[in-house]
Each structure stands twice: as C-alpha cells, then as structure tokens.
Design a protein around this ligand. Structure first.
Ligand SMILES: Nc1ncnc2c1ncn2[C@@H]1O[C@H](COP(=O)(O)OP(=O)(O)OP(=O)(O)O)[C@@H](O)[C@H]1O
Length: 357
C-alpha cells in the first residue's frame, strides 16, 4: 500500500538529509504511528507519501503506483485517494460545517445528489450530525477537528495521513479524536499518523515507527511511544514520565540512536492518563472517550480532580504549527491536494483558510 525503497530526502541548502535511506512497507488496513523528536523526519515522510515533496534518491510506491511516474498534472487525481488531517484543522471559517465537508466533493466534481447524501452520512459518522449548520467558530476544538476529519474521509480515501491531529487538543478531546481515527481504520482505511503524544501511542498499542535524525530506529508491531531509544527522564515532582519523554528525546544528541529492543516497562502505567477533566463540556468527545474507555482492556485512570492549566498538562516540544505549510497563496483545494496549483477554481467559493480559534 505504501512502500519506501531506500528513500533519502535532502532539502536544498541543508547539510544532512531529513530522511536517510528509509526502507518501509505499510500494508492495507494498518494503523501506524510515526514518532520521534522534532526534526526527525515525520512530516517529511508524510509529505513524500502525498507527493508534496520528491525523494532525492530512492523510490516510493503508494497504492501500487510509483510516485516518480506521476506527472504534476496527475497529482491532484492521485491525491484523491488520500485524506489529510493537520494539527491546525484548516477549516474555511466563513462556511458551515456542512459546506466545509461538501467542499472536498464539490472540488472533485461530485453531483449535488451525491453530496447531499455523503455529507450527512459522514457528519453522522464523526458525531456531528446535529451541527451541520454551525460555523467553525461555533464549535469546540475537538469538534473542529472532527469537521476536518469528515472532510478528509468524505471521499472515502484508502489512506488517511494525519500530522499531529491532536496537537492542539486537550487529552480528553484527543481521546475522542483517536476513537474516531480507530473507527475509520476499522472500516479499512490505512492510517499513518505523526504524533508527539506519548499517552495516545501507549494507549493504542499499534504499529510504531520511530525516526531519529532521518533514520528508522524502531519498527514495533504493537508499540508504545518510548523504548530505551527514547530515554525517560527522572520525573520532577508533579510531572509525569510521559511528559518528560518527548522533551528528553528532543534534547538528545543528533547522532542516530541504534534500534532498541522493546523495554519491558509498563509504559501505560507510567504514562499520563488520557482522561482528565476536559477544558469545556463537549458531549461528543465525552461520549467518544467513554466508548474508547470501554473498548480498552487496560484500566483507564479516573479523571484528575484538579486539571492542568488550560493548555493541557503534556509537555511538548514547541512546534511551529505552519512551519512546513505549502505556500500561503495556495487555496484550500490546492493545500489539500484536490486541485493542482494554478488550476481554475470552480464555483466552490473558496476562501481563506485557518483555524477559527
Ligand atoms: N522545506 C524544508 N527545507 C529545508 N529543510 C527542511 C524542510 N522541511 C523540513 N526540513 C528539515 O528536515 C528535517 C526533518 O523535518 P520534519 O519536519 O520532517 O521533522 P518532524 O519530525 O516532522 O518534526 P516536527 O515534530 O517538529 O514536526 C528537519 O531538520 C527540518 O529542519
């Protein structure tokens, strides 16, 4: 489904490759986490799958196609098989939930009848069926991300790429989003998700690919966020081990860390609980979190009575949200890869894109 053969990516003007001789195979229906310190190459990996970037050497096959053989003109058609979700949602702020989701289908020329059936179905699937006429700013962050996910899957893509989709959300809301991604994956969609969220990775126990300085240093079938390749720092009073791990990794020296065996440490018990008191009441995510909790065999920590500050209580490396965005002059259709840059917009009335909160 996705195959990297000895892929190296070196950006112009840089002294070392962002990805270095990567070999990788992801099968249909897999759920794969990409983890690793900031700058280790996670987003580059996703951008290569999307053909937003080209490898410097090596070849990439996605859905049986050699990406090197797809002409620029054909890229938007290729990308229609892929859904993409970003950390910053990228909704159209002046369009309703319904119109944001319908947009994907309008751009690719689906009929009005098809759209009128597909959009409500998808909104129902993501738990937003009562909110179709709301504007993005009338939704919680978790609900906005659900709209973005609905937009990504309304076209029934075979692959969903998610670049830190929970990066702007509190832990409870993130859990709801993960429940949704699990459900989408259970429906047969291959999911590839870059994340720094240790608790989520530990909780889900899916395939984990860990990158370090552009090299895959771990490929674990049912992995957690941390192994001995990601040292867990001594925990300061009041902090959690899972908070320390990403920071520790980010601070580690750049040389490639050799692949490490799975450490028999019960990381789930050391990790920050997924479920803490939400910042705001959100029925949809509460319900989804409850479903996740019921589905998980591992015991879930009860809500923490005195929640962390509003920004959430995970320490993450500071990540510029739009660092690698495609140029700002591109419209949403181009950013989502649904239309080639320069191709004539149709009557979708596309507007500026950005998070509404
Ligand atoms: N367009 C670019 N031009 C030059 N260097 C780039 C470009 N994009 C990424 N890089 C570099 O490539 C390396 C990998 O970056 P990438 O964004 O893939 O890492 P990441 O693991 O996704 O990081 P983060 O977790 O911070 O998002 C970094 O050293 C980064 O500075």
């Amino acid at each position: 489904m996705i195959r990297f053969d000895h892929v190296t990516k070196q950006y112009p003007g840089t002294s070392r490759p962002a990805l270095n001789a990567i070999d990788l195979e992801i099968l249909r229906g897999e759920f794969v986490f990409l983890v690793g310190a900031s700058g280790s190459g996670k987003s580059s990996c996703l951008r290569l799958v999307l053909k937003e970037e080209k490898p410097s050497t090596g070849s990439i096959h996605v859905l049986g196609q050699d990406l090197g053989s797809i002409s620029n003109r054909k890229i938007p058609y290729f990308r229609r098989n892929l859904g993409v979700v970003f950390q910053d949602f990228r909704l159209l702020p002046n369009k309703t939930v319904y119109d944001n989701v319908a947009f994907t289908l309008q751009v690719i020329g689906k009929s009005r009848g098809y759209i009128q059936e597909a959009v409500p179905d998808t909104l129902k699937m993501v738990g937003l069926d009562g909110k179709a006429q709301r504007l993005p700013h009338e939704l919680s962050g978790g609900e906005q991300q659900r709209v973005a996910i609905a937009r990504a899957i309304v076209n029934k893509p075979q692959i969903l790429l998610a670049d830190e989709p929970t990066g702007n959300l509190d832990p409870t809301t993130s859990a709801g989003i993960m429940t949704l991604l699990e459900r989408i994956n259970a429906g047969g969609t291959t999911v590839m998700m870059a994340t720094h969220e240790a608790a989520i990775v530990d909780q889900m126990q899916r395939r984990v690919l860990e990158l370090s300085a552009g090299t895959i240093v771990r490929d674990e079938r049912h992995g957690g966020y941390a192994t001995s390749a990601v040292p867990i720092l001594a925990v300061a009073p009041g902090a959690h081990a899972a908070q320390a791990a990403p920071a520790a990794h980010a601070a580690s020296a750049t040389p490639v860390i050799p692949a490490a065996p799975v450490v028999p440490v019960p990381t789930a018990t050391m990790a920050q609980p997924l479920y803490v008191e939400p910042e705001f009441s959100d029925e949809v995510t509460d319900a989804a979190a409850a479903v996740t909790a019921a589905a998980q065999a591992a015991p879930i920590a009860p809500p923490v009575p005195d929640p962390a500050p509003k920004t959430g209580n995970m320490i993450r490396p500071l990540l510029p949200v739009t660092k690698h965005d495609v140029p700002e002059q591109l419209g949403l259709a181009e950013k989502l890869g649904l239309r080639a840059a320069g191709e004539n917009p149709n009557a979708t009335g596309e507007q500026e894109v950005g998070p509404s909160k």
